[in-house]
Design a protein around this ligand. Structure first.
Ligand code: V47
Ligand code: SF4
Length: 375
């Protein structure tokens, strides 16, 4: 298979087969020069080592409690000013209604992120989590990014750890991977100058892991960044994972330009998305899972990604707004039957997982959890 490879790719292939860690330079080579099929072949070996033939999904629901935001990230089509026609803010009955809708659909997880509303105090954000918890104690609350946590720290003048402890008391179960964008300071300055920088992002995740929470990590690609920024991003994540082991899943997020300040850029194509997934699978050797977020990739590329390193396609995702505001033409949700079909067509065996990757044992809208599927 590898007899005709260029020398650098042959050396990288030997490292992957020998379960050796890839360097920054290997990553840049893979990102810029490796042929896609060899890349996919290697990433698939790593995926199979970690997850056998299983592909995970979950039954989840999204809640973006407000789109009013003090920041103006140039890639964001979701945010609004308070006076904009499209601005909205959920009140308590609306939150309860959303949670009960999730409960009726058998959701095991609610994914909560939103804007930073300058008129709302910390207690309002705490109450979002508390209300979910009170309405449906069994649903797992995966909420807030370091951008929000550092905003709460700013408005309360309290340390990050204190904020996290309050959130955990209110019912926070884990953290999603957002707000990471690209860690490189120069690129970040051009994308989202004032919001939490990479040091804060890592500080919040480190603190979350120390407090016993698991979290995810993302990377926003396909805008103004280059290969060296993407690989640096992955190496920094790999370093924290060596330290804490608290990350569960990496999710590469392709930039959707519609209705953003960067609208003139082209959206990345399916082949670049597969390349990104495979490079991430090879670089992030200490992450157990790679998510092909079907809402963002589209169903067909998500299916292909299950052979390019991904072992997870996220979930039913009811009420997604961030990508749909930015031009995604995927449906706003999929049924469990559709997810099963999508995974089976890609040659994998679907496994419903909860947020912590335990197998879900389901009876209609009721469920319990078993052990992790792959040790
Ligand atoms: O941080 C915002 C990105 C993220 C756009 O942890 C955009 O399971 C592309 O983090 N085009 C939020 N991307 C979403 C997120 C996420 C998604 C799915 C699963 C999980 C998880 C986390 O979305 C933001 C930003 O990087 N984003 N606008 C856009 N126009
Ligand atoms: Fe606000 Fe988040 Fe959009 Fe940035 S990405 S403008 S922080 S809602």
């Amino acid at each position: 298979m590898f007899q005709t490879l260029d020398t650098p790719l042959q050396e990288i292939a030997d490292k992957v087969l020998g379960e050796e860690r890839l360097s920054f330079e290997d990553g840049v080579y893979l990102d810029e020069l490796a042929d896609l099929h060899t890349l996919g072949y290697l990433a698939n070996i790593v995926r199979e080592r970690k997850s056998e033939n299983f592909a995970y999904y979950n039954t989840n629901i999204h809640l973006n409690p407000t789109n009013v935001c003090v920041y103006r990230c140039r890639f964001c089509a979701f945010r609004a000013d308070l006076k904009d026609e499209k601005s909205y803010t959920f009140d308590e009955p609306m939150i309860r209604e959303r949670v009960l809708e999730g409960r009726a659909a058998g959701a095991t997880e609610i994914h909560v992120v939103g804007g930073l509303h300058h008129k709302k105090k910390f207690d309002w954000y705490l109450d979002v989590v508390r209300t979910i918890r009170e309405t449906c104690p069994e649903i797992h609350v995966k909420a807030w990014t370091p951008v929000e946590i550092s905003w709460f720290s700013f408005i309360t003048k309290k340390p990050i750890r204190w904020i996290m402890e309050q959130m955990i008391d209110a019912g926070l179960g884990s953290m999603p991977g957002g707000g990471a964008e690209i860690f490189d300071a120069e690129v970040r300055k051009q994308l989202c100058e004032h919001k939490a920088d990479s040091a804060v992002w890592f500080d919040v995740h480190r603190t979350a892991h120390e407090l016993g929470l698991r979290s995810n990590a993302t990377m926003l690609y396909g805008h103004i960044e280059q290969a060296r920024h993407r690989i640096d991003h992955m190496v920094q994540l790999r370093d924290l994972q060596d330290e804490t082991g608290g990350f569960q899943t990496f999710i590469p997020l392709a930039f959707h330009p519609d209705n953003t300040e960067l609208e003139s850029l082209e959206k990345s194509d399916g082949l670049s998305d597969l390349r990104m997934m495979a490079v991430a699978r090879l670089m992030l050797d200490n992450f157990d899972h790679m998510k092909a977020y079907w809402i963002m990739l589209g169903q067909q590329t998500a299916q292909m990604a299950l052979s390019y390193g991904a072992d997870d396609i996220d979930g039913t995702v009811v009420h997604e707004l961030i990508y749909h505001d930015a031009g995604a033409d995927t449906p706003e949700g999929m049924t469990v039957e559709q997810l099963h079909q999508l995974i089976r067509e890609a040659g994998r065996e679907p496994v419903e997982r909860d947020t912590l990757y335990r197998k879900v044992i389901r009876d209609g809208a009721n469920w319990t959890v078993g052990e992790s599927v792959v040790a």
